[in-house]
Design a protein. Structure first.
Length: 383
């Protein structure tokens, strides 16, 4: 009889997680963990943990982009996207709190090994650059590192090692992947542009006129509400009308430019301007009539994207404050301006329209007609 195949050994915890490999990766510059002081080991473990979370966030974002980029996204898939973006929010909340571990380092603790890092820098985290690309941060909005774009910096310094070349390859692959607007921000723009407005969709005859009428009605109501607010302030003698009027007029004019996409850079193609105008109208409709059942999940998706970016801003700000607490305003290990550069990154925004629309929202009782509200009820309530 032929020999029977050896019995397969049952899987165990440490082999499944490859703990022997994972726990051997904290050896530092010397490739010898025994040469590390406790504080340096903490520094390595904390940053490796961040990179593991970044890996998971990138995967979640790619999944969301696949769904949002569909033409159109099936309604039953919106909860799925919300669920996975909420996971990103939870990870970022954890990442913010993780800085409390780093803050157990005293300035002297860090200075005892800081020079070993030069010229390495967290700025070289290619996964953070990857997340920015997947979210859709425009290249011109990324703060410059010295006089060069962050991606150029990674390309330049990644050529010195195999792992650096792998980082370059990953960034280049993500650039190709997100080319042509295949990122979360542009996916949301396309998705919002398909929002039914007063029952009209982009495929409905006369849709452009319906959308324009809705925006005109909304802006007129917004201006009237602004005028009423100004009258209350003047009556309370908080400021004279001559001081307040220019402020409110500027706000109303800015609102119209935003709603009709007149604030986009000169030279923006007409098709892009029309897409953004339709998307902003859809966003305003979702935010204004969020109490309609059909708009409940779209509203949650918008809110989740805002919360995601809010947590990312908090992460960047907490990072800056942690660095300032430990090393003050020294030049960064990679040659950046240190805390000044980190503070500059806290002003970056990806979902600018989702933030801006909040300035324009009206109390529910002042909202113009949404058209037949039954169109936005549950399926059984529709005519």
């Amino acid at each position: 009889m032929p020999d029977s195949a050896p019995a397969q050994q049952p899987l165990n915890y440490w082999d499944y997680l490859k703990l022997d490999q994972l726990l051997a990766l904290q050896s530092g510059k010397e490739s010898d963990e025994s040469a590390l002081i406790d504080d340096e080991l903490l520094f390595i473990i904390t940053h490796q943990t961040y990179e593991l979370w970044f890996k998971q966030v990138a995967r979640e974002l790619r999944g969301a982009i696949r769904y949002v980029g569909e033409q159109p996204i099936a309604e039953e898939e919106v909860p799925h996207v919300v669920h996975h973006l909420r996971r990103v929010v939870a990870i970022l909340k954890l990442a913010v709190e993780q800085f409390s571990v780093m803050e157990t380092l005293t300035p002297q603790d860090f200075l005892s090994f800081r020079n070993k890092l030069v010229p390495a820098s967290g700025f070289q985290s290619f996964q953070m650059r990857e997340l920015e690309l997947l979210l859709g941060l425009p290249g011109e909005d990324r703060p410059q590192y010295g006089d060069v774009d962050p991606l150029h910096h990674i390309r330049k310094y990644g050529q010195s090692s195999a792992s650096g070349m792998a980082a370059i390859a990953q960034v280049e692959a993500t650039l190709r992947e997100t080319a042509g607007g295949r990122d979360l921000r542009q996916g949301l723009v396309r998705w919002l542009s398909r929002t039914p407005i007063r029952g009209s969709t982009p495929d409905t005859p006369g849709d452009e006129a319906t959308v324009a009428a809705f925006l005109d009605d909304y802006h007129a109501t917004y201006c009237a509400h602004q005028a009423e607010q100004m009258r209350h302030l003047v009556a309370a003698e908080l400021a004279p009308a001559a001081v307040l009027a220019p402020r409110f007029e500027a706000t109303s004019a800015s609102a119209r430019r935003f709603l009709f996409a007149e604030d986009l850079p000169e030279g923006t193609p007409a098709a892009e301007r029309a897409l953004r105008r339709r998307a902003r109208a859809g966003l305003l409709f979702v935010e204004s009539y969020r109490h309609f059942p059909l708009l409940a999940w779209p509203r949650l998706l918008v809110d989740t994207c805002v919360e995601l970016e809010q947590q990312l801003v908090l992460w960047r700000n907490r990072h800056a404050r942690m660095v300032e607490r430990i090393i003050g305003r020294r030049v960064g290990t990679g040659g950046s301006s240190g805390v000044d550069y980190l503070d500059e990154t806290t002003r970056m925004r990806v979902f600018t329209d989702l933030w801006a629309v909040r300035t324009l929202l009206l109390p529910v009782h002042l909202l113009p007609s949404p058209g037949d509200p039954r169109r936005y009820g549950f399926a059984g309530e529709s005519p």
